[in-house]
Write a protein that binds this ligand. Structure first.
Ligand code: NAP
Length: 366
């Protein structure tokens, strides 16, 4: 074989490698196109500088031959730049998108809801062109509601009292938690109508923020509605040593929570429980003078959490303070469940530090 033959053979190998690279680049651009379509629908901005840097760092970590690092880095920087420009062009060409991405809260009476403020803050922090409205509906309007909202351009909604259960009849599929809890508070309308329960995660994130561990804890939950089911599911999944339900009607609570101890809320005593959670609406504005338990019933509890956040200090929490029992309201859970809803709607993991920023702003509003 002559030297020229040897060179030709190498060049043919390079040609073959180029063909493979071109096919792979086409696959990559197809994926970039999908991202552009998603961003156009959800209002997410094109440039995500931190993600671009993370991609480049990851690729560099894959390069084994140290000598090739610099040339491969410049090639990849160009690929990322070209992808970004292609995405920007696609965003201009795709229909729609000049309007904000629409989200909202579906419920009965909503005038006191803090959710629009929380989501507006999340949109600002994340650079999303989004809006979040309040959608008051009567029970009769529920059957066609999600279809109508989708037709108006809504990409997702939260659901609150009294529709967390009833809305499930109009969904195509459910997340595992929503299915198990039997209630939905977050719906994605992007493709199929999918229901989630972010109260589960919101409650867990709140406990973590307060430094309270469910593992090994003896827990009592007041009430047996949708919020109680989300709380019980979280406590069971995270190793609580026991969960007791305190209800106005322990017999019917036993049917809804098979295998759990159910007590009468009138005679229930919190002594011996590490965590007591109020999942009833008793004490909520405007009935702020009411408490689900009398002060003496709280004696001896380790930690009291009220899921109510308006008023910020319920009568139950006032009793806890008077008895020197550590306690917290439901505001962190409210913000955390909204944060999880955004993670679902935006299809990505968000920085948890945003929750504390929102807490600082919202606490002033209450
Ligand atoms: P719900 O279904 O209307 O009520 C929950 C349960 O509370 C009922 O099943 C009932 O249980 C008990 N209850 C109702 N009225 C009562 C009364 N007058 N006296 C004693 N018990 C009563 O409400 P939910 O959707 O589960 O929500 C419960 C609370 O949690 C609400 O205040 C809600 O705002 C709050 N929440 C907060 C967050 C957050 O993010 N912070 C999230 C979800 C819910 P029994 O029949 O067994 O007694």
């Amino acid at each position: 074989m002559t030297q020229a033959d040897g060179l030709d053979a190498i060049r043919r190998e390079i040609d073959k490698t180029d063909e493979k690279i071109v096919r792979l680049l086409e696959t990559r651009m197809d994926l970039v196109r999908k991202v552009a379509e998603y961003k156009k629908k959800t209002g997410v901005p094109i440039l995500d500088a931190s993600r671009e840097k993370a991609i480049l760092d990851r690729i560099m970590s894959l390069v084994e031959n140290h000598e090739y690092k610099e040339p491969i880095k410049s090639v990849y920087s160009e690929i990322l730049k070209a992808s970004r420009e292609f995405q920007a062009k696609m965003m201009e060409d795709l229909p729609g998108g000049q309007f904000p991405a629409r989200y909202g809260l579906v419920g009965g009476k909503l005038s006191h809801s803090l959710s629009p403020k929380i989501h507006a803050f999340l949109f600002r922090e994340l650079g999303i062109n989004g809006e979040y409205g309040l959608i008051e509906a009567s029970p009769g309007e529920l059957p066609g509601l999600l279809g109508e909202l989708k037709a108006k351009g809504y990409l997702g909604v939260n659901v609150t009292i009294p529709y967390k259960k009833d809305i499930m009849a109009f969904l195509d599929c459910l997340s595992d938690e929503a299915n198990r809890i039997g209630a939905v508070n977050t719906i994605s309308l992007l493709d199929r109508f999918t229901g989630y329960n972010t109260d589960y995660d919101g409650f867990g994130m709140a406990l973590e923020a307060y430094g309270i561990k469910a593992e090994g804890a003896r827990c009592a939950v007041l009430g047996s509605g949708g919020a109680a089911r989300a709380v019980v599911a979280y406590l069971e999944d995270h190793g609580a040593s026991s969960v007791t339900i305190a209800s106005r009607n322990p017999e019917s609570a036993m049917v809804r929570f098979p295998g759990l101890k159910c007590a009468d809320i009138l005679t229930f005593e919190a002594k011996g429980y590490d965590i007591v959670i109020n999942a009833t609406p008793v004490g909520m504005y405007p009935d702020s003078y009411r408490s689900p338990l009398r002060k003496e019933q709280l004696e001896g509890a380790g930690f009291i959490m009220d899921l109510i956040y308006n008023p910020s200090k319920t009568l139950l929490l006032q009793y806890s303070e008077e008895l020197g029992i550590p306690c917290a309201n439901g505001l962190y859970m409210l913000v955390a469940q909204a944060f999880r809803s955004e993670e679902i709607w935006q299809g990505r993991t968000l920085d948890r530090a945003i929750i504390s920023k929102i807490m600082a702003i919202i606490s002033d509003v209450l």
